[in-house]
Design a protein around this ligand. Structure first.
Ligand code: NAD
Length: 339
């Protein structure tokens, strides 16, 4: 039975990934500090659901705690490590930048050290479409230049990509960094638009529509995303010993000097914010009162994933359109909160 360590297992994506891997017969160790960035009860409920499966064990601790990840990886010897724990959120990074250093920089460093000491078949880490920064070339391709990060969140995630690359190179650690594009679905994050809009509309409150609605996002349904992660587990990057460095290698974004690769996971179809809001209104059967506002600092007007690399590596194609995905979220929300 393959064994996976999933950090951030009580988080939105981690929860869905653990469920998916358990259903596929994996033995899963979940690691999560249950931070209070948003409602801890939601994390406790997700973890309680996972604990109903005999293949799941939970370790509740902080990434940045001295020696914890080092000892855990040495004791468990997982085949795969999927690192999803971290401090997410563009806007919060403007208010509380320090927490991004602790969780994303020190936390990821501790994980890299743990995997250096105890090798695994494949290390996979979460990055973000925000790493593309002020890139305006559409769709976003892994080979695009990405060095103009617009928020401190994006800066720490881009740093994670660079840190992981150096470890992959120095210690031959097969590594994949995912760049996720606005993930949504049941059990979603309370700080994200779908959750906030649904809650506000049901309460009769207005919703804040940034950049006066002139935005688009490549919304990615969470069960599609975790299927993509599962497929990528076995697409293990190899070192290209015969490629002289330094050299731009734009064939499939594999590094010319390390077994390290960056892969977009998106839906491949940008949706206008106003169309997304219409899908929520349709699913709720209720119109939203709208507060049109300026663009928020740290934000970008559009995201769009080029999915060709993921498709080439795994055969993956997304399956869920926004109308279906939003309805699934709204059904979950109504059931969970009994509204
Ligand atoms: P989430 O906040 O729901 O999950 C993250 C989990 O990590 C939480 O359960 C939290 O308790 C845990 N955590 C945070 N700091 C920790 C620490 N110091 N030690 C141990 N655990 C800690 O977020 P998510 O939406 O599931 O995102 C998962 C990953 O994907 C994150 O790294 C995020 O930055 C990245 N990402 C998410 C999206 C998205 O749209 N949801 C998009 C791009 C990238």
């Amino acid at each position: 039975m393959p064994k996976a360590l999933v950090t951030g297992s009580a988080g939105f994506i981690g929860y869905h990934l653990c469920k998916h891997l358990l259903a596929a017969g994996f033995d899963v160790i979940g690691f999560d500090a249950m931070t209070d960035y948003y409602d801890v009860r939601l994390k406790e409920r997700r973890q309680a659901n996972l604990l109903q499966s005999s293949g799941f064990r939970a370790v509740n601790d902080r990434l940045e705690a001295d020696g914890v990840l080092m000892d855990l990886v040495a004791a468990e010897q997982p085949d795969f490590v999927v690192h999803l724990a971290g401090q997410a959120g563009v806007r919060y990074s403007i208010v509380e930048p320090r927490s991004y250093i602790d969780a994303n920089i020190i936390g990821t460093f501790n994980l890299l050290e743990a995997v250096r000491a105890t090798p695994v078949k494949h290390l996979l880490l979460a990055s973000t479409s925000s790493a593309y920064g002020a890139n305006t070339k559409m769709p976003y391709s892994e080979t695009d230049k990405a060095d103009t990060q617009m928020s401190f969140y994006a800066a720490t995630k881009k740093s994670n990509e660079v840190m992981a690359h150096s470890y992959a190179h120095l210690y031959d650690i097969p590594t994949t960094m995912f760049r996720f594009f606005t993930v949504y679905g049941p059990w979603g994050r309370p700080d994200m638009a779908l959750f906030k809009f649904t809650k506000a509309i049901l309460n009769g409150d207005p919703i804040d529509v940034y950049n006066h609605g002139d935005m688009s996002r490549d919304f990615t349904y969470v069960t599609d995303l975790v299927r993509g992660i599962h497929l990528l587990l076995n697409a293990i990057p190899e070192r290209l010993d015969d490629v002289p460095a330094p050299q731009v290698f734009d064939g499939d974004s594999l590094s010319p000097v390390a077994p390290h690769r960056i892969v977009n996971i998106g839906n491949g179809e940008p949706v206008q914010l106003m169309a997304f809001i219409e899908a929520i209104e349709g699913a709720l059967g209720q119109p939203a009162a709208k507060n049109f506002m300026d663009m928020q600092p740290g934000d970008v007007p559009a995201t769009w994933a080029d999915g060709a690399l993921l498709q080439k590596l795994t055969g993956y194609t997304p399956k869920t359109d926004v109308t279906t995905g939003v309805k699934a979220f709204v059904d979950w929300y109504r059931d969970y909160y009994d509204v």
